[in-house]
Ligand binder design. Structure first.
Ligand SMILES: Nc1ncnc2c1ncn2[C@@H]1O[C@H](COP(=O)(O)OP(=O)(O)OP(=O)(O)O)[C@@H](O)[C@H]1O
Length: 867
């Protein structure tokens, strides 16, 4: 849009636009001056909080923490407004003028200077259109740098009511879409579009499901929705917390600045590989392993694994009572183990006490079979007679009285049978029994259970009919060895195991009665129950007030057995939800049993093969519409989609579905290429409408296969001179678990995979044993062209703004320019290869170069005239 003036003539001293900018600058200066005063107030409040703490009482400490916490949050919110505090202005037909900004600013008299963008009064800024102006005559967007207004863009929504209003604009919105990408996502608060605003302000309850093609702003919208929910329902969502889940660490690093820039630092941002405290995923499984590990049937495998004996558990129990040797053999012990599991579903680690009871029952039964009670009576009678004679000689009470007392006390424990009670008491005191118990029913850690499945025999036992024989070896190989890296799918399995094991008994808060010297308590731990017993001198500590987020951050650790509550959230945002496996949905469901949800996805970008199974698992996690029982049973019979198990039925929750239809990322030229890939992947799918034309055509080059890496390097060098921002060099996925021939043209990865560290940098993990080293797998293949080592070589010496990554890591990211290498390989790598390629070709905002060894792909990606 070029500048135009309605009514008012340009005055001397600059264009009409300059004058408008100057007028807006005066208003913005007033708002900033007031912001400065508010900042000073917040600082004063922090000082006052510390002053109160000098009083030194517990109460003042708590008050201090609360006051300082509130004031610090306020100061933080004020800080974020430092850049672009005011970005919008509405001129209403009623002559009212409203300014919209990052936070609300009021005069000391409480008159509004700036309305927070999330407030109801700001809604018209995003919703008004010429068809439905909602009382708005002119909407103005102010573009600022720091405190300085640099540009304006107006929309005249109701020309009839404009009455001499100046309208200026130069397509700043479209220009902002073409801006250079600097590696981190930015907020879109000034330019949220109407269909996006409807999602952001959607009802806070139930589930909001957002679909849209690449670049339609799904991620941006989901993050702005979090800021909106925290603003409008601070009490509800602020105290119990909001969790935002992304597919991998590179992605979470990419979006991590958006919420803080909106003044919301309290939401928890996690990748699927970091959701379980104490472990971190460093590798992605290849399609085959991912499919196996992610299938819902894995829940049944893990249930059996947890019920199996721990590695190294003894297989015979032998105690001696009254000279009788009482033993339980392996078969009997296995039956007892099953019985304990049956009775203590969901709390394996807390069941040691029950295990002790059932062992004692079995020992007593065996003792009785052996005629032990009669033998004990005879021995006891002779022994008591001897002692009574000695006691009587000393003028003391006979032993029978004391024995009687002990018997009565113990009789309660022995179901009224004093002999049984005596038996229990004596056996429990025996080292042989307690040592056995501790190693036969150890407190298990999820990581140990998963590692134990690295033993193919053990995994075969756990597999039942839920795994094919041929799948056992590659799965076991991926878990074998203490140092084996954990994959993103493994993390969901660890969470499942954690849920099956349950917490070990919590520390007892009881004080022990004085003089109660419990023989089963060693170093403060009851070895029968595993319970920590509080020390005599135990006193609850006077704690500093912690923030709700700090409390939520503490969660159950699965690596070292430290047990804390698994955090549950009030709202969960799931991004790139189309790729979640059923096991990952189960993991999320455990974190949001009472939560409302925002789920954003694009099924067309899904790499997950069994979308129906994932959908069922999602429904269960969300507590939304449950599938009909017919659907459920049909899935229940199919491999990989088994829906049985102890999953709790959730109440039905409302589900609101939205679709975003405009592509803000790609130029129309790049969008045309991705539309052609989409047409091949999913002929019935509709591409989104791109709004920005760049005049720059994508390039597709045919290169002999051996030269692809060199050509990729050349393409990046060329692009470095053409774009100022980020460049993504996207190569085929190098799978660790794929045997040669299984990936149609892509040789199997021999030993290593790439991982992404928190920094967002690509790093290499130590070699891991590849699946094909197992006996029933084919022989190892030569390293592929796109192994991490090869990628490392490609990246060597390139500036930081170039990222070399595989197609799976590219999910959700965007670059100024992208080079896609070997689309033919990507497309053939998995049954969902074309969808993975669709993701890759839709990453670039300005320039796209594709390098292929197959000339047919030039025709596929470009229209035939240009190919
Ligand atoms: N209203 C808007 N104003 C300005 N920029 C926008 C707007 N909506 C989206 N964008 C920009 O478009 C780009 C794509 O947005 P985003 O990554 O959220 O899309 P997406 O739908 O999640 O894509 P994908 O499915 O590929 O992950 C981002 O740079 C985002 O900032």
């Amino acid at each position: 849009m070029s500048s135009r003036v309605t009514g008012r003539p340009p005055s001397v001293g600059g264009t009409a636009k300059d004058q408008e900018i100057a007028a807006e600058q005066r208003y913005v200066d007033v708002a900033y001056a007031r912001l400065e005063e508010m900042r000073a107030d917040a600082q004063a409040m922090i000082r006052e909080g510390y002053r109160q703490s000098l009083a030194g009482t517990k109460g003042s400490l708590v008050d201090r923490d609360a006051m300082v916490h509130q004031a610090a949050l306020r100061a933080q919110a004020l800080d974020i407004a430092d850049d672009g505090l005011v970005f919008g202005r509405l001129d209403l037909a009623s002559r009212e003028v409203r300014y919209v900004g990052r936070i609300g600013v009021r005069t000391p008299e409480h008159d509004s200077l700036v309305i927070d963008w999330r407030a109801p009064a700001a809604e018209d800024f995003y919703r008004a259109t010429p068809e439905d102006p909602r009382g708005v005559v002119r909407r103005r967007v102010l573009h600022s740098r720091g405190h300085t207004v640099v540009d304006l863009e107006d929309d005249l929504l109701d020309p009839g009511a404009a009455d001499g209003m100046t309208v200026v604009g130069d397509g700043a919105f479209l220009a902002s879409l073409a801006r250079t990408r600097e590696g981190a996502m930015r907020d879109i608060v000034a330019t949220i579009q109407r269909e996006q605003d409807e999602v952001i302000r959607a009802p806070a309850d139930g589930t909001v499901l957002v679909r849209g093609a690449p670049g339609t702003g799904k991620t941006a919208v989901a993050l702005h929705r979090v800021a909106y929910l925290l603003f409008r329902h601070r009490r509800r969502f602020g105290s119990r917390g909001v969790l935002v889940v992304g597919p991998n660490r590179r992605f979470t690093a990419y979006i991590e600045r958006v919420l803080p820039s909106l003044g919301e630092g309290s939401a928890t941002l996690r990748s699927l590989g970091d959701l379980v405290e104490g472990v971190t995923a460093t590798v992605h499984d290849g399609p085959r392993l991912a499919r196996l590990k992610g299938a819902e049937s894995m829940a049944a495998v893990l249930r059996r694994a947890v019920a199996d004996h721990a590695p190294g558990a003894p297989d015979e129990l032998r105690v001696v009572h009254r000279g009788v040797v009482v033993a339980l053999d392996r078969a009997r012990l296995d039956r007892i183990r099953s019985e304990v599991h049956r009775r203590s579903r969901g709390s394996v680690n807390a069941a040691r006490g029950r295990a002790a009871e059932l062992l004692l029952d079995a020992l007593w039964e065996r003792f009785t079979d052996l005629g032990g009670p009669e033998a004990a009576d005879a021995a006891e009678g002779a022994e008591a007679g001897l002692w009574n004679a000695i006691l009587a000689a000393d003028g003391l009470a006979s032993l029978d009285d004391g024995e009687q007392d002990r018997g009565n006390g113990a009789a309660n424990a022995g179901n009224g049978d004093p002999k049984r009670a005596r038996f229990d008491a004596r056996v429990r005191e025996q080292r042989a029994f307690t040592d056995f118990l501790v190693s036969w029913w150890p407190i298990r850690r999820p990581l140990d259970v998963l590692r134990s499945l690295g033993d193919p025999d053990r995994l075969r036992r756990a597999a039942g009919r839920d795994l094919d024989r041929a799948d056992v070896a590659p799965l076991a190989a991926s878990w074998a060895g203490d140092g084996a890296p954990l994959s993103y799918q493994d993390v969901a399995l660890l969470d499942e195991i954690d849920a099956l094991l349950g917490s070990p008994p919590r520390p007892s808060r009881r004080r022990r009665p004085p003089g109660d010297d419990d023989p089963f308590v060693v170093d403060g731990v009851n070895i029968l129950t595993g319970e920590e017993v509080a020390d005599e001198d135990w006193e609850p500590e006077m704690r500093e007030l912690t923030t709700s987020m700090e409390r939520l951050e503490r969660s159950r650790r699965v690596d070292d057995g430290v047990v804390e509550e698994r955090p549950e959230y009030a709202h969960i945002v799931v991004d790139e939800a189309q790729d979640l496996s059923p096991m990952q949905w189960r993991m999320l469901g455990r974190r949001g049993r009472q939560a409302s949800w925002t789920v954003v996805e694009d099924p067309a970008q899904s790499a997950w093969e069994d979308l129906d199974a994932a959908r069922l698992a999602m429904d269960a996690a969300l507590g939304g519409e449950q599938p009909s029982s017919g659907d459920r049973s049909r899935r229940g019979r199919s491999r990989g989609g088994r829906a049985r198990g102890s999953r709790p039925q959730r109440p039905l929750r409302a589900r609101h579905e939205y679709e975003l239809t405009t592509n803000y990322r790609n130029s129309t030229e790049i969008a045309a290429v991705s539309a052609r890939v989409l047409a091949r992947a999913l002929p019935e799918a509709r591409p989104a409408r791109a709004v920005r034309t760049s005049g720059i055509d994508p390039v597709v080059r045919v290169v002999p296969e051996p030269d692809l890496a060199g050509a990729a390097r050349d393409a990046v060098e060329e692009l470095l001179g053409q774009v100022e921002g980020t460049i993504g060099l996207i190569v085929p996925f190098a799978a660790a678990d794929e045997a040669p021939g299984t990936t149609a043209g892509q040789p199997a990865e021999a030993s290593t995979e790439a991982s992404v560290e928190a920094s967002g940098q690509l790093t290499l993990d130590a070699p891991i044993p590849a699946a094909h080293s197992q006996p029933d797998a084919p022989a190892p293949a030569a390293p592929p062209a796109w192994s991490p080592a090869a990628r490392d070589r490609l990246a060597a010496g390139l500036p930081e703004r170039v990222q070399v990554l595989d197609v799976l890591e590219a999910k959700g990211l965007e670059f100024d320019a992208a080079v896609i290498v070997a689309p033919e390989t990507v497309a053939a790598q998995s049954p969902r290869g074309l969808r993975v390629l669709y993701v890759a070709v839709s990453r670039a905002t300005q320039r796209l170069t594709v390098l292929t060894a197959d000339p047919a792909w030039q025709h596929t990606l470009l229209d035939d005239d240009r190919a």
